[in-house]
Design a protein. Sequence first.
Length: 103
Amino acid sequence: MAQVLRPNTTGSLFATDGKPHPLQDTLLVVTLVCGVLAFVTSMFHSLHLLSSWAGLVGILAGAYGQFISETTRERFGLIVGLGLSGVGFYLGLAYGGLFGGVI
């Protein structure tokens, strides 16, 4: 039971193993930012270009982040970002797509 009383002294918010993961943390932040951007802008029909492209970038960054992630905290954040990116991407496609009817 001693492990229950031991404080968590890790330096990173996302790494639970005590080691730095700069690439994984960067992909996590990019996925979350693109996901929130895609989700919020998908609520407006005229911003379909922004929501679809941000969603696509978020999906690609999140997929690669899932492939190389090492801790559960990173995976949890990536799944949240992937979900937001996916919703924003598909709503952006429904409202006009990646190219807005140009192609």
